[in-house]
Design a protein around this ligand. Sequence first.
Ligand code: EPS
Length: 367
Amino acid sequence: MIKFITAGESHGKGIVAVIEGIPAHLRLGEEDINVELKRRQMGYGRGARMKIELDRAEILSGVRKGETLGSPIAVAVWNRDWHNKPMSPVFVPRPGHADLAGALKYSQQDIRNVWERASARETAGRVAAGAVARKLLGEFGIEILSHIVGIGYISIDTTGIRLELLKKQIKSADKAPVRCVNKEAAKEMIRQIDEARAKGDTLGGMFEIIALGVPAGLGTYVQWDARLDMKLAGALMSIPGIRGVEIGLGFESAGMKGSEVHDEIAYKGRFTRKTNNAGGIEGGISNGEPIILRAAMKPIPSLAKPLWSVNLKTKRSAKAPVLRADVCAVPAAGVVGEAMAAIELASAMTDRFSGDTLQEMKRHFKA
Ligand code: EPS
């Protein structure tokens, strides 16, 4: 099993991720993490903070001479925008952010004490941990991709596209502004982001995760909390702003007939399916087909044209504070989603093919 935690505040010294359960002798360098951190910083609609930061990993522990030791791996991403002087307090919570709920829970009047940790900057730590998990998955031929399938009112349907072609399209769209494989839809997404920015508004959307090469047999139905779909859905749901997760056909399957939904089984030297509506998981277990997940992100709650709220001190109506923020962070959320899926899949792999060393894990995998 792989465990990970993050620590750090948005304007503290940095974000740290600690990941445990990675076997010894996996080749790992800071550059493996940096490529993923860079991807998280990209995307049309990001705020000014991304122009300040140059997220880079510093491996603090768990790696020697470019190889993991089997001990906890700690990675730091230092903040450039580190405020070491006290900042003026904020008393008006933003609707939709953690501000009010956090202030009530931790008995805080200065909302900065809530948002410093609740900020999506924390996801830099997740992406760092995810990059380590991804490196382990790569040893077993498992690849994780993501692409944007919706922003605002625009959404695309890629179900008819052959997976090999879709994979190519996703790889070439990865550096494009909204990471969407449909160029026409991407233009409209960008136009909508511009419009939202001009109006002081924000936008949400939907990303899809595709995990290729996942062997059959990860996860299990024998206990509720061991199901792979539960773990993956929970992992995606934990990303700030995510309000819904689907697996395979997801919500659409609720309105369809059983004969339309379930993937008929054939045998051609191995078990095959013509369709993958199940999204690669049946009975809480990976079935050998690609794993397909989608997550819906709500619009960012920091609005340039703010909503009404209440001052926590005076209890009088007040406009929420106007802060530097993203107009749309869905392209970046997709990268965070990949990281979370990588961690859960790597964890399921270490459960299934456990080993103290990578070689031992590979022997179990081969067997
Ligand atoms: C983020 C850093 C933050 C925000 C954003 C994500 O930096 P700052 O608050 O200094 O501008 O840009 O956080 C949010 C959108 C949020 O709602 O918390 C980052 O590194 O991703």
